[in-house]
Design a protein around this ligand. Structure first.
Ligand code: FAD
Length: 483
C-alpha cells in the first residue's frame, strides 16, 4: 500500500470472522493497529460456544487466533459490549474503520402455535447451554421428561444436537462439555431422536462426516430411509449426495433398531404445524403435528434446490415429543446504535447490507451505483455479513475478502471515518476511549487476563480428565482475575 498514515481499526466480535479479518489486515497493512471488542471476557465466539465438544480438532483455529493476538499491533478488549458499554457513535471519532463481525446471536422462529411451551428449545439455546455460554447457563433442558426427542431441521447443527443427546455420557466426560450439562445428560431419559425435515435427503444440508458419526455411536441404531428418494441409477447423482445416500440406505447393520437401546431416524417431507401441550401438563410439550409435503410438480426431486408444497392428499401427522429442538438457523440482530452511524440493518435477511465484498452499504448514499453507496470506513465480515451459514473455513475466506477490500480502499485513499471532516490525523482508538468506558463501571478484560482465565479453566479440566472446565458465568471469570 502507498498510504503511509497509521490505520486504526475496531473489529467488533472475536469469533472466526473477527480474528481472520484481524490476521489479514495486520499482515497486509504494516501501519494497521486492530482493537478487537468482545462482549464476553473470553474470545473465539462459536469456535468456543458453538462447535461441538466432541469435535476438538475444529477448535485448532484457536492456535492461529492466539498468534494474531500476540501481535503488538493487536489489542483485545474483552467484556465490553459495543452498543451497551461503548457507543458506536463515540467509537467513530477514534477509528479510521469499524468492522462488524459480531455473528448471529438470535434464533429464527417457526411462528407456529406452542413454540413457547416448556420442553421446546432452539438448537442455539441447547448448544450454548452444553458449551457453557453464560447467558444460557440456567437453561436446564427437560431431558428427563420422556423418551422421545424431535429435532426440526436437517443441517449439521441438528446432527450435533442429536449426537449429544445419544452419545453415552461417559464418552462426553473426556470433552470440554460443562459439568452441569453432563449431570443433566446423565439423567436424560431420551431414547429416540427423530430429525425431521421439510424436504428430502437430497435437499438436506448435513454432511456425510456428521451422519457417519451418528451411525457409530455404540448402542444406537438407525432406521434406514426409503430408497424412493433416490434415482434408480444413483451414479447420476453428485458424489457427495451419493455417499450420504449410501450411508443412509445402509443404516446400522450391527445395531438393529428392534434390539438396540436407543435409536435415531430421519423423517422427510414434513413441515411443523404445531407443538402440542401434554394432557397432564398444559405447559409442557408432548407431541408435534406436521403437515405432509410433496415435491412441487415442476421440481427436479433429485436436485438440492427442489421445492416442496403441501401434500393435501395426506393427513397431518402427529409424532410424540417429550422434548423438541428447533434447528432452523441462527439470526443476526441489529447492533444497538447502528443507525446513529448511518447503517440500516436488514432485519429481513438478518445481515448488515453490504456489497458482498464487505463494504457496508446504505441505500440512501446512492442507489444504482454500488460503490457510491458505501458508508465510509464501515465494513463487515462473517455471519453478520453473509447470513448464518458456512463453516469456519468459509468464514475465513469471507473475512479475508473483507480485509482485502479494506486494504485496497485504504491504499486508494477512499474516504474513511471522519475523513470528510478533514481529520486524517492519527486515531487513538481504545487508548482514547478506555477511561470513559471504565468510568461507567465496565471492567475490560485484556489478552493476558484471558490467558489467566484460560489457564484456570484448563487446570479445573485437568482435575477431571477433561481438556477444560469452562466457567459458567461472567462473574466467575472475573473473580479469577481480581483475586
Ligand atoms: P461468531 O463465531 O458468532 O462470533 C461473533 C462474536 O461476536 C461472538 O464472540 C460474540 O460474543 C461477539 N459479539 C456479539 N455481539 C457483540 C457486541 N455487541 N459487542 C462485542 N462483541 C459482540 N464450523 C466448522 O468449521 N466446524 C464445525 O464443526 C462447526 N460447528 C458448528 C456448530 C454450531 C452449533 C454452530 C452454530 C456453528 C458451527 N460452525 C462450525 C460454524 C462456525 O462456528 C461459524 O462459521 C463461525 O463461528 C462464524 O464466525 P463469526 O465470527 O461470524 O461469528
Amino acid at each position: 500500500t502507498t498510504n503511509p498514515n497509521p490505520f486504526r481499526a475496531a473489529i467488533i466480535g472475536s469469533g472466526p470472522a473477527g480474528f481472520y479479518t484481524a490476521y489479514r489486515l495486520l499482515s497486509k497493512l504494516l501501519t494497521a493497529h486492530v482493537d478487537m471488542y468482545e462482549q464476553l471476557p473470553v474470545p473465539y465466539g462459536l469456535a468456543r460456544f458453538g462447535v461441538a465438544p466432541d469435535h476438538p480438532e475444529v477448535k485448532n483455529c484457536e492456535n492461529k487466533f492466539e498468534e494474531v493476538a500476540e501481535d503488538s499491533r493487536f489489542t483485545y478488549i474483552g467484556n465490553v459490549a459495543v452498543g451497551r458499554d461503548v457507543e458506536l457513535k463515540e467509537m467513530k471519532a477514534h477509528y479510521d474503520s469499524i468492522i462488524f463481525a459480531y455473528g448471529a446471536s438470535q434464533d429464527r422462529k417457526l411462528g407456529i402455535p406452542g413454540e413457547d411451551l416448556g420442553g421446546v428449545y432452539s438448537a442455539r439455546e441447547f448448544v450454548g447451554w452444553y458449551n457453557g455460554l453464560p447467558q444460557l447457563a440456567s437453561l436446564a433442558p427437560a431431558l428427563d421428561a420422556g423418551e422421545d426427542a424431535i429435532v426440526i431441521g436437517q443441517g449439521n447443527v441438528a446432527l450435533d444436537v442429536a449426537r449429544i443427546l445419544l452419545t453415552p455420557v461417559d464418552a462426553l466426560r473426556k470433552t470440554d462439555i460443562t459439568e452441569a450439562a453432563l449431570e443433566t445428560l446423565a439423567k436424560s431419559r431420551v431414547k429416540r431422536v427423530k430429525v425431521v425435515g421439510r424436504r428430502g435427503p437430497l435437499q438436506a444440508a448435513f454432511t456425510v462426516k456428521e451422519v457417519r458419526e451418528l451411525m457409530h455411536i455404540p448402542g444406537v441404531s438407525f432406521t434406514p430411509i426409503s430408497s424412493s428418494f433416490y434415482p434408480e441409477n444413483p451414479k447420476s447423482l453428485p458424489r457427495i449426495q451419493r455417499r450420504i445416500g449410501e450411508v443412509l440406505l445402509k443404516g446400522t447393520p450391527d445395531a438393529p433398531p428392534d434390539t438396540s437401546p436407543k435409536n435415531w431416524s430421519l423423517s422427510f417431507l414434513l413441515s411443523p404445524k404445531s407443538f402440542n401441550p401434554s394432557p397432564d401438563n398444559d405447559k409442557h410439550i408432548s407431541s408435534i403435528t406436521f403437515a405432509p409435503q410433496r415435491f412441487a410438480d415442476d421440481a427436479d426431486r433429485y436436485s438440492n434446490a427442489a421445492r416442496v408444497v403441501p401434500n393435501t392428499e395426506e393427513q397431518d401427522m402427529t409424532l410424540p415429543a417429550s422434548v423438541a429442538f428447533r434447528s432452523i438457523g441462527y439470526k443476526s440482530a441489529a447492533l444497538l446504535g447502528l443507525s446513529d452511524i448511518g447503517v440500516l440493518f436488514d432485519s429481513k435477511l438478518g445481515v448488515i447490507p453490504n456489497d458482498a465484498y464487505g463494504r457496508v452499504m446504505s441505500p440512501s448514499l446512492g442507489p444504482g451505483n454500488l460503490s457510491a453507496g458505501h458508508v465510509p470506513g464501515l465494513y463487515c465480515a462473517g455471519w453478520v455479513k453473509r447470513g448464518p451459514t458456512g463453516v469456519i473455513a468459509s468464514t475465513m475466506k469471507d473475512a479475508f475478502t473483507t480485509a482485502d477490500v479494506v486494504v485496497q480502499d485504504w491504499a486508494e485513499e477512499v474516504p474513511f471515518l471522519g475523513h470528510e471532516e478533514g481529520a486524517k490525523g492519527e486515531r487513538r482508538g481504545w487508548d482514547a476511549l478506555r477511561e470513559k468506558v471504565e468510568s461507567r463501571g465496565v471492567r475490560p478484560v485484556g489478552w493476558k487476563e484471558w490467558h489467566v482465565i484460560d489457564k484456570v479453566e484448563k487446570e479445573r479440566g485437568a482435575a477431571k480428565g477433561k481438556p477444560r472446565e469452562k466457567f459458567g458465568t461472567v462473574e466467575e471469570m472475573l473473580e479469577v482475575l481480581d483475586r
